[in-house]
Design a protein around this ligand. Structure first.
Ligand SMILES: [Zn+2]
Ligand SMILES: [Zn+2]
Length: 443
């Protein structure tokens, strides 16, 4: 073969201008160049309207692609947005420390229940790992999640029967009535992995995702064991898979409930028709999985509420954080006047010692927030995600760090700005950034 074989072929030469045009990157702000982006923007417009977030709008620019702009002036500390998650999940290890509603991520039960259950799980965890696994998957603990990786807390400081009476609600700690939490509602499917703050959250979770993901007795045995394997695998690797499963089940459940019964199907056959639709959906999912599965990557896609597939690069997954009432409680005790504090600490001191430094662990997880995820990163952001005292659930709350003028872009930092340069860069790499895109990094 001569060198001629690498020169352009006749077709390359003939269509050179057209090929060059195809290879040019179209400007991001051109809606015509990216017709598939249009539904996303309509989706955001509708979302903003339905949630009455009239202070912001989702826009696109040639410089930064998609972003969020202010529709009005904001002062420092003003609330810009309370963004409801599309889908989210608590980190599996965090379930050891924080018992929250599986739907809205509000802390549930009581301060006593939170402390008692955490001490209980940690106490069986420190014996040996095998025993811990068995207990965690057993019927006496309301969690089916993986429990390996417990921290070393000396739970021996509190006797087991005291822990049990805390969990059962027989023992009351002083001043906990100031920190009332919603009582615990069970999963309608009978699994022990999910707990809720109310019947309405239990029902919403069931209708949105959980009816397809429940490992309770209402689920047919073969599907249950497959689900258990899936949940164990996700817990042992990356809980982003649980979030992805919720996004997929959400879309599938919407679809087979919405499909109209065709005219030639008798209403008495509706059940079998819906079952056929489910089978079609499962086959489609299997084909999709075969088509897009890339072992090198986390899930490559996500779905918006209409079932549009949105690239993960467009919809960043973000941290879900809810502050712990257990931390608030011990801070409250510490701030009491000396005489009251001394009296209260006689009771609370041993529990604080047993909990150790982890007493303040918040609820942590991964979630997709449709509007927050449109906000661009800046190392000098003008807004931040910040939970105020009244924000007790999994909503993302964005407040202004400085006055923001109408039409200014609203930016947040995706990472901890106080970290050293290399760590910030490593964290931003998760979002597809390199230092090229974040030129305002200074080490
Ligand atoms: Zn709830
Ligand atoms: Zn369940």
């Amino acid at each position: 073969m001569g060198w001629n074989s690498v020169s352009p072929c006749d077709l390359d030469r003939e269509f050179a201008p057209q090929i060059a045009q195809l290879l040019t990157t179209p400007p991001l702000h051109s809606a015509k160049a990216f017709p598939s982006f249009r539904p996303s923007f309509e989706y955001y417009d509708e979302l903003i309207e339905s949630k009455k977030h009239d202070g912001i709008r989702v826009t696109s620019s040639s410089k930064h692609g998609k972003g969020v702009c202010a529709n009005k002036d904001f002062d420092e500390d003003d609330l810009i947005l309370k963004d409801q998650m599309l889908v989210g999940a608590q980190h599996s290890l965090n379930k050891l420390d924080c018992i929250v509603c599986s739907y809205c991520f509000r802390f549930i039960g009581s301060v006593e229940f939170q402390i008692g259950r955490r001490l209980y799980l940690h106490s069986i965890g420190t014996d040996n790992d095998g025993a811990f696994e068995r207990h965690c998957h057993g019927s006496d603990v309301g969690s089916s999640t993986s429990c390996s990786g417990a921290t070393n807390v000396n739970a021996n400081a509190v006797p087991q029967e005291v822990i049990m009476s805390l969990m059962a609600g027989d023992m009351q700690l002083p001043f906990t009535d100031q920190f009332a939490l919603p009582s615990v509602a069970a999963c309608p499917g009978g699994c022990e992995g999910e707990l809720y703050c109310s019947q309405s959250c239990a029902d919403s979770d069931w209708d949105s995702y959980h009816s397809l993901l429940c490992t309770g007795s209402r689920t047919e045995p073969s599907r249950r064991s497959a689900l258990q394997k899936f949940v164990e695998h996700a817990n042992g690797t990356n809980d982003i898979f649980l979030v992805a499963a919720k996004a997929i089940t959400y879309t599938m459940l919407r679809w087979w409930e919405c499909v109209a019964l065709p005219e030639d199907v008798d209403s008495s056959e509706e059940d079998s028709f819906r079952q056929q639709i489910r089978d079609v959906a499962f086959t489609s999912l299997q084909l999709l999985k075969d088509a897009i599965f890339d072992p090198e990557c986390s899930p490559l896609f996500s779905l918006d509420v209409y079932g549009h597939i949105i690239g993960m690069f467009e919809l960043n997954n973000l941290d879900l954080v809810v502050a712990s009432p257990v931390e608030d409680y011990f801070i409250y005790i510490d701030d009491l006047p000396d005489s009251e504090k001394e009296e209260a600490e006689k009771v609370t001191g041993p529990f604080l010692d047993a909990l150790g430094e982890d007493y303040s662990v918040p609820c942590e997880g991964t979630a997709f927030f449709p509007l927050q995820s449109c906000m661009n990163h800046s190392c000098c952001p003008n807004a931040k995600a910040f939970k105020r005292d009244e924000d007790k659930d999994g909503h993302a709350v964005i407040v202004a760090l400085e006055p923001i003028g109408k039409d200014d872009e609203i930016t947040i930092s995706y990472i901890d700005e106080d970290l050293p340069y290399e760590e910030r860069q490593a964290q931003l790499a998760d979002y597809g950034f390199t230092s090229y895109y974040t030129g305002n990094f200074e080490s």
